[in-house]
Design a protein around this ligand. Structure first.
Ligand SMILES: *Cc1c(COP(=O)(O)O)cnc(C)c1O
Length: 458
């Protein structure tokens, strides 16, 4: 038997996160007056220790020991060679995957949920509110809050709340509270229900509700938490790529191509940013964030200032955005149905350091099923988008006869998403395309905001 995985020992776990803000220039987030916001303006929403991380430009930031203690439940994560998948594709490419599906909630999301819960706890916060789409983030934060004795309240997008009852059961098993969004508990929720009592909900609305619930709590002991998009979330996720870099060193290999699916950008950034650092320092490497064709913020939407939520409670962020009122088609990769994209990922796209890609829903499930039948793990619907891109690259390597090294972030398993596989296998899923007129309609709102500058860092 040849070794299939490169496993780090517990004492090889990275002790610091990599902060890409040390290496790139960014447009600042803007307040309602169109001026850059000060860290103090975020204080009702996030604890100050996390706000400091959000704006820090230190290249390396220590991971606190009590955070490492919890991450050690499942980290370091294996880097595994997908030999059976390679063989099925008949490709000369070497395909490695970083398996983030081994965490208790089943995805990469606890890599940031754990430190976020920890920093809130240290700051004296007792309750955290958040939103969740497909339920991965809500369950990750419920798990993390249980580790530090915090209360967790999750606003779950209505359609997923109805489609995925076991996600709610998971959150409640960890002690979290989960309600359907829009809810009658907040003004943002009541407004959305008034506009459409039968609305399926959206991530944008659920974020508005969770932010409102945090800032309107008069005890001062409640804060909000976001599972993607923000700088400190990308920072926490870099543990994925830092581990992978060490594992490649042990394997005596190095990737030619880095791939991850991107909803808000966090699992992709987690794997990719340490390799972006290498690229800035001169390494030749292709880095691909992958999105669904049904929600093409990186490949078809403008780089603009936009709100992170539908009600416009959040600051304006410089990002590739389809407009905060965009409601994507009901594709099953719930975690990839977000209108915007992390400002850091967006900036790196503008600099030409990343090359975004898009894939259709059917190609994604086809790759996911092939993966399950070869490598065994059933991928989350989001993850199948990255795997579809791996298939494209592996086929191209075959045509060119090149032995390329590819690494992909396996962002989570799909064991709570079997309803989607059931639909795919019985031929009930479709590809969605989006015409230019529709994109134009939703992005019109962006014209009323200031324009970000075209910055060059590298
Ligand atoms: C949430 C989620 C994603 C998308 O979020 P990112 O912030 O872009 O990583 C991807 N894969 C899985 C399994 C998820 O749960």
């Amino acid at each position: 038997m040849k070794p299939k995985s490169i496993i780090l020992t517990k004492d090889q776990i990275p002790r610091k996160w990599y902060n890409i803000l040390a290496d790139i220039k960014m447009n600042p987030p803007l307040g309602p007056d169109g001026k850059p916001i000060s860290p103090e303006m975020l204080a009702p929403v996030f604890p100050m220790n996390l706000i400091e991380q959000e704006v820090s430009s230190d290249r390396w930031i220590d991971i606190p020991e009590p955070v490492l203690d919890v991450l050690a439940i499942w980290r370091p994560a294996p880097l595994t060679r997908a030999t059976a998948f390679e063989k099925a594709l008949g490709t000369p490419a070497k395909i490695y995957y970083k398996n983030e599906g081994m965490s208790p909630p089943g995805s990469h999301k606890p890599n940031t949920a754990v430190p976020q819960a920890y920093y809130n706890k240290v700051f004296g916060i007792e309750k955290i509110t958040t939103e969740t789409g497909a339920g991965q983030w809500g369950s990750a934060l419920s798990f993390a809050c249980a580790q530090y004795g915090l209360t967790c309240k999750v606003y779950m997008v209505r359609i997923s709340f109805d489609q995925k009852p076991y996600r709610k059961a998971m959150m409640e098993t960890w002690g979290g509270k989960c309600i359907a969004s829009p809810s009658p508990e907040t003004k943002a929720g009541r407004d959305a229900l008034e506009r459409d009592p039968n609305t399926p909900g959206s991530l944008g609305i659920a974020i508005s509700e969770a932010v409102e619930a945090a800032v309107s709590d008069t005890t001062g002991k409640t804060r909000y938490s976001l599972g993607s998009v923000l700088n400190h979330v990308m920072l926490h996720q870099t543990i994925i790529g830092l581990e992978a870099r060490k594992q490649f060193e042990i394997a005596g290999d190095y990737p030619d191509i880095v791939i991850g699916c991107a909803g808000g950008g966090s699992n992709f950034a987690g794997l990719a940013f340490p390799f972006v650092q290498d690229k800035i320092n001169g390494k030749a490497i292709e880095i691909y964030p992958v999105e669904p064709k049904a929600c093409p913020s990186m490949t078809r939407a403008p780089f603009a200032y936009d709100h992170g939520d539908t009600a416009g409670y959040t600051p304006l962020l410089p990002m590739h955005s389809l407009g905060h009122n965009f409601v994507p088609a009901p594709i099953h990769a719930g975690g990839l149905r977000y209108h915007g994209m992390a400002p850091t990922v967006s900036q790196l796209i503008n600099e030409g350091l990343l090359t975004p890609q898009s894939v259709g829903q059917l190609a994604a499930y086809e790759a996911g099923v092939l993966w399950a039948r070869t490598e065994g793990f059933i991928p989350a619907p989001e993850t199948t988008n990255a795997l579809a891109q791996v298939v494209k690259e592996a086929k191209q390597a075959k045509e060119e006869g090149k032995e390329k090294t590819i690494v992909v972030c396996f962002s989570g398993h799909g064991l709570l998403d079997l309803g989607a596989y059931d639909k795919y296998l019985s031929g009930e899923l479709f590809d969605y395309s989006l015409d230019d007129a529709e994109i134009e309609k939703f992005t019109q709102v962006l014209d009323s905001y200031p324009k970000p500058q075209d910055l060059k860092s590298v």
